[in-house]
Write a protein that binds this ligand. Structure first.
Ligand code: HSE
Length: 302
């Protein structure tokens, strides 16, 4: 009647895959504890690591949990503890981890009536209260692990892709604020056909590269000619960090989610460690405070 779970961080967009591709990170995530209770309803009993609302209807986990409980028509309730390790507003899916964790934990204690894939829409409802829009590129990989490709939203059509075994991800999180709403406001409303062709060529290349474990193809496809040019000025020193990743052998580098985190994809641990060291060195020069994470892709999810 009690379960403790790990809710992983995620990198959304993956450059060309704006709003449709995300990946799940290994070794970085929140902890959540769930307890069944007799009285119906969701009660958030403890939150550590972030200043978040306890009121169910204002809390990402609370809203996602309630949506699932309503759907399952459960006549009992749950207590939830949330221990945040992923910084809010970091660009590595903090709210998504809370939303994905909430529906996963409830589903397990309810006897697993739904598959992880079926849980995605309920976690999206939770995440929407934080990000203001219904998107699945963080919650889907947080639940399913590996890479998630969202082919369509109406209806939700989700494809889960396992990560190539040697793929590593390095993420630097400068402790500066970039609001998702602001990062969405700077986006172009219309896209020239030429850019669209480049972008969808890259998306296709990225997906083909993931399936065939073709690291060079992954590298040359993880390019974003639409969103990154509009957003990069919101992140001081983005260009220098990206260049340093490329010079040190990364396959490619881009903005994680809506920023301010910056990710680099690398083949093998050795290159990843080099990129990580460089990010640490430059981070000290550029920012008053930051952190760097380096790991493989988590193929399991929550
Ligand atoms: N895909 C979203 C964006 C992720 O880039 O705006 C942010 O939550």
């Amino acid at each position: 009647n009690e379960i403790k779970i790990f809710c992983p961080a995620t990198v959304a967009n993956l450059s060309c895959g704006f709003d449709i591709i995300g990946l799940c990170l290994e070794g970085i995530g929140d902890e959540m504890i769930f307890r069944k209770k007799e009285a119906p309803g969701i009660t958030i009993t403890q939150i550590t690591g972030a200043d978040l609302p306890y009121e169910t209807s204002k809390n990402v986990s609370g809203v996602a949990a309630q949506a699932l409980v309503d759907h399952l028509q459960l006549d009992y309730g749950f207590e939830i503890e949330i221990h945040k390790k992923i910084k809010v507003g970091s660009g590595i899916g903090s709210s998504a981890a809370s939303a994905a964790g909430a529906v996963y934990g409830i589903n397990v204690l309810a006897g697993n009536p739904l598959t992880k894939k079926e849980l995605v829409p309920f976690s999206m409802i939770g995440e929407a209260i934080a990000s203001g829009s219904l998107h699945a590129d963080n919650v889907a990989p947080a639940l399913l692990g590996g890479f998630s490709l969202i082919r369509g939203y109406e209806p939700l059509d989700l494809i889960n892709i396992e990560s190539p075994s040697e793929l590593h991800v390095v993420v630097i999180h400068p402790h500066i604020e970039v609001k998702t709403s602001e990062a969405r406001a700077v986006l172009p409303k219309e896209v020239p056909l030429k850019s669209a062709i480049t972008q969808w060529g890259n998306v296709a290349g990225l997906v083909a590269g993931l399936y065939t474990e073709d690291y060079d193809l992954i590298g040359r496809s993880a390019v974003d000619v639409i969103v990154e040019p509009a957003r990069k000025n919101l992140i001081p020193h983005f260009e220098e960090l990206k260049q340093s990743a490329l010079e040190n052998g990364a396959l490619n580098s881009g903005i994680s989610g809506s920023g301010p985190s910056i990710f680099a994809l690398c083949k093998g641990n050795q290159v990843a460690e080099k990129v990580k060291d460089k990010f640490n060195e430059l981070g000290k020069e550029f920012y008053t405070s930051f952190d760097v994470h380096c790991s493989k892709v988590n193929n399991t999810g929550v």
